[in-house]
Design a protein around this ligand. Structure first.
Ligand code: ADP
Length: 528
């Protein structure tokens, strides 16, 4: 119960027409009504908005809602207004308003009519707004999409970093932070940056039991594979994500030629075309949208039946968000990702132009995606573990809903090979990237190897009983296991870790998954 003894069930029914709270909503609302700093981590669709909308509507004063996207704010304001007979109950305050509109907004706030004021973080930095907000009663500040505060989140926005100092100027008001993406690292960043390590945290499960996770090796036949997949899901809605605009166009065309109704969507198309293609998808005039990550924010189509990743995403957060658009109605949702290590290298190359700190983070996030793609354990367990949640992969809900569980990969003992690989990395003294390490093992010469005279060493060719593909696959699995690491600054120089040195000494078992291929895919620029 909250200390104000407000019957929030009655208020829920009155404002929203719902007879029950969803998940942790009731506890969250009580925490906020008790003026506690509150932190909410719930997957998309979990019902986060109501956690601050209801307390805002039933308390004195105005709640400030910080949200990163003007389009989303507008939708929210329209939705709130439909709940009340008063137009001024919710407002947006941003640079798009005219002077007259600003006067009206201020008037509604001062008179106590406005319960929710949506602002973009950059508007809050304006002194005149802050000065005005200091003169009115603020019930609390809600920070939506709170992961934007963290460089480790998938959508870092520097303006979010100023929020705490601005909120402090508004007096002692409770803060509620909300996000759908929170690895333990992001969580810690949010709490630290908002200076609310005392916050009561509410975390809902991120498990989506109706989603089926599958990773397929990307081969030259990927297009026909996708076409076959879509034809097996005839008439159903799906999204295909690609990393480049060029690929989006190409795949959309290939699908159309093959009799599949598909449209492209990326930031390079003009706004009108984008809106038209989005509408066509929502209205079911087309089955498939082929898109860059520009597509999907705020899209609420409950019956998306599949989400295909033609290229691997940059982080598991993005992957979870993007696949999360499937099966929102609780029905079937097939999440299929195509994986090729060449794509990883392409992304690494793409990141090399960025500032060092950003590179390091990008690199680390990408390694997690590689580990996910290459894992032979339950994918659901892997994903949930990434979000700090332990999943019981025997009895948990949706435990059999992934390829690794349904068709376990063949595994073979590879101790001897791992030792050979580690020794080569150690004995070539951290000179080489993966390619040269593998060449050294199979005994192939190139200019780099010649320059270092590695071909004259006794261990040159010590792994010639296996081919290049085999060693590449093993090297990646050994990287994931942490026996080797890739140097960030030198762009991919492979090094042996302390754990790797221990392995050589102790020779523990290493079970290698057998079925990964190493494929060539064409190079192209990545632009979303
Ligand atoms: P999120 O912001 O976490 O993605 P939303 O706030 O958009 O989620 O809510 C997702 C959906 O759940 C919305 O359609 C909303 O109307 C619905 N919803 C929220 N709370 C309840 C509830 N207590 N009972 C029934 N439906 C709810």
């Amino acid at each position: 119960m909250n200390s104000n003894e407000i019957d929030i069930h009655k208020e829920l029914k009155k404002y929203f027409g719902f007879s029950q709270f969803k998940g942790l909503q009731e506890q969250v609302i009580n925490s906020l009504l008790n003026k506690q700093n509150t932190f909410v981590i719930m997957p998309t669709g979990g019902g986060k908005s109501l956690c601050y909308q209801l307390p805002a509507l039933i308390q004195e004063g105005t709640a400030i809602v910080v949200s990163p996207l003007i389009a989303l704010m507008k939708n929210q304001v329209d939705a709130i207004r439909s709940l009340s007979s008063e137009n001024g109950v919710a407002h947006v305050l941003n640079s798009s308003l005219t002077k007259t509109e600003i006067v009206q907004v201020k008037k509604d706030i001062t008179s106590g009519l406005t319960k929710l004021l949506y602002v973009a973080p950059e508007s809050l930095t304006k002194e005149e707004y802050v000065a005005f907000l200091q003169t009115v009663t603020i019930s609390f500040v809600a920070i939506d999409e709170a992961h934007c505060i963290s460089e480790w989140g998938h959508d870092f926005r520097p303006e979010y970093r100023n929020l705490k100092s601005i909120i402090k100027q508004l007096g002692d008001v409770p803060i509620i932070g909300l996000t759908a993406t929170a690895t333990p690292k992001v969580q810690e960043d949010i709490l630290k940056n908002l200076d609310m390590t005392d916050a009561t945290t509410f975390k809902a499960s991120f498990n989506r039991p109706n989603l089926y996770y599958e990773v397929r090796t990307k081969t030259k036949n990927i297009e026909s594979d996708i076409i076959r997949f879509i034809k097996q899901h005839k008439g159903k809605s799906g999204i295909i994500y690609c990393l480049s605009r060029k690929k989006v166009e190409a795949i959309a065309e290939v699908l159309q030629v093959n009799g599949i109704s598909a449209v492209p969507y990326h930031a390079g198309l003009d706004a009108k075309t984008r809106a038209r293609h989005q509408d066509m998808f929502l209205m079911e005039d087309v089955d498939v949208v082929v898109a860059t990550i520009a597509f999907g924010m705020g899209i609420d189509k409950p019956d998306v039946r599949f989400v295909i990743h033609h290229d691997i995403p940059k982080s598991l957060e993005s992957y979870y968000q993007e696949t999360g658009r499937a099966g929102r109605d609780g029905g079937e949702g097939h999440c299929l990702a195509y994986y090729s290590y060449k794509d990883v290298e392409k992304l690494e190359k793409f990141m090399s132009g960025k500032p060092v700190a950003e590179q390091e983070i990008g690199f680390a996030l990408l390694q997690e995606v590689v580990a996910y793609a290459e894992t032979s354990m339950s994918r659901r367990r892997f994903l949930l573990h990434y979000f700090g949640e332990e999943f019981d992969d025997v009895n948990g809900e949706g435990a059999d809903m992934d390829d690794n569980v349904r068709n376990p990969k063949t595994k073979v003992e590879a101790i001897d090979e791992v030792v050979k690989l580690l020794e080569v990395v150690r004995d070539t003294k951290h000179l080489y990237k993966s390619k040269e390490v593998v060449f050294t093992l199979i005994g192939r010469v190139n200019a780099v190897i010649k320059a270092h005279r590695t071909d004259t060493q006794s261990f040159f060719g010590c792994g010639s009983n296996h081919d290049e593909k085999y060693w590449m696959a093993l090297l990646r699995q050994v990287l994931v296991a942490g026996y080797l690491s890739k140097d960030i600054e030198t762009y991919g120089i492979v090094k042996i870790t302390d754990k790797g040195l221990d392995f050589i000494k102790n020779r523990e078992s290493f079970m290698m998954s057998e079925d990964h291929e190493y494929n060539e895919t064409e190079d192209e620029a990545i632009v979303t």
